[in-house]
Design a protein around this ligand. Structure first.
Ligand code: NCD
Length: 309
């Protein structure tokens, strides 16, 4: 039997494997009918111990579009977690029913524990403030489709860089490509954790921190906005003080490049004015669509299924 692969952290996949996922995601769009029944009789469980719209529904849509089935829960309260069951026991049980599991959990490291308890592939759909590798695959596909490359660009990451797990995973992924520069735009209290800074230094990428979005705007090829992660704050007062630190609007975009790509993992709260949605540089809903395509490719890859040539 071949070794079971999981996706816990984006670095579990090599750059070549990510290239292959991107190739399959594009092939899915180009040859959609060839994939319609490719996962017939396969089941995906989506176990969401934390809220989600895009990640859970795009996983479910992905599996349904591949001809497979989905089951699961969308909140811990409707699972036996509410009775005190451990994550280990839940996973061990669900692993008896399905072929692949996507899980989201508020505790950092929960998917690592899960992967030790089952022989079906585990996909980390977000663990606390830690990682979110499938959002990163989504982001990489979006960047590739919009820019035609994953190299040689300046990426501005703006907002809650401390608790924003999408940011941590995206940095980990992008430091592996040539010519990437990061501008980290956040209030001092919400700067990226030191371990992420160490990883950028070890990879030898250029990065700097600024507090004002205006100080970075003109240099950016990608602007990745994030919301302030209310649920990870220890007190509401700090959240209220910091929540509107950045609001991207058309006025601020006047200083931006014409081919800037504006991204956001969503949900948006207040950090991008709705007027920006109609600007051709706004790509966040396109990004949500890319999320379905790359998750289709990921499910196939982890199940070891390829379309016949
Ligand atoms: C992100 C998440 O859950 O980390 N959302 C998503 O999966 N698209 C970002 C967020 O919640 O702010």
């Amino acid at each position: 039997m071949s070794e079971i692969r999981n996706l816990i952290n984006i670095t579990d996949f090599t750059v070549e494997e990510i290239d292959e996922l991107i190739r399959v995601a594009d092939d899915i769009v180009a040859n959609h009918s060839a994939y319609e029944n490719i996962c017939a009789h396969k089941k995906l469980a989506t176990l969401f111990f934390e809220p989600s719209t895009r990640t859970r529904l795009s996983f479910e849509a992905a599996m349904l579009e591949l001809g497979g089935s989905v089951l699961g829960f969308s909140e811990a309260g409707s699972s036996s977690a509410a009775k005190g069951e451990s994550v280990s026991d839940t996973i061990r049980t669900v692993g008896c029913y399905v072929d692949i599991i996507a899980m989201r959990h508020p505790k950092e490291g929960a998917p690592v524990v899960a992967a030790q308890r089952t022989t079906v592939p585990i996909i980390n759909a977000g663990d606390g403030g830690h990682f979110h590798p499938t959002q990163t695959l989504t982001d990489l596909l979006t960047i590739k489709r919009k820019k035609g490359r994953l190299t040689n660009m300046t990426i501005g990451l703006c907002g809650d860089l401390k608790f924003g797990r999408t940011v941590h995973s995206l940095i980990e992924a992008m430091i592996r490509y040539e010519g990437i520069r990061f501008v980290l735009i956040s209030p001092q209290e919400l700067q990226v954790p030191d371990y992420v800074k160490d990883e950028m230094d070890n990879a030898g990428v250029e990065w700097k921190e600024v507090e004002k979005l205006e100080d970075a705007m003109g240099d950016l090829d990608i602007l990745y906005m994030t919301r302030v992660q209310r649920e990870r704050f220890f007190n509401e007062e700090d959240y209220v003080r910091l929540k509107d630190s950045y609001i991207l609007d058309l006025e601020k975009l006047k200083a931006a490049k014409e081919d800037l790509t504006i991204m956001h993992p969503l949900p948006r709260v207040n950090e991008i004015a709705v007027e920006v949605d109609d600007d051709p540089r706004a790509c966040y809903f396109f990004q949500a669509l890319c999320g379905k395509h790359i998750r289709m490719a990921l499910i196939l890859y982890l199940l070891g299924i390829r379309r016949e040539a």
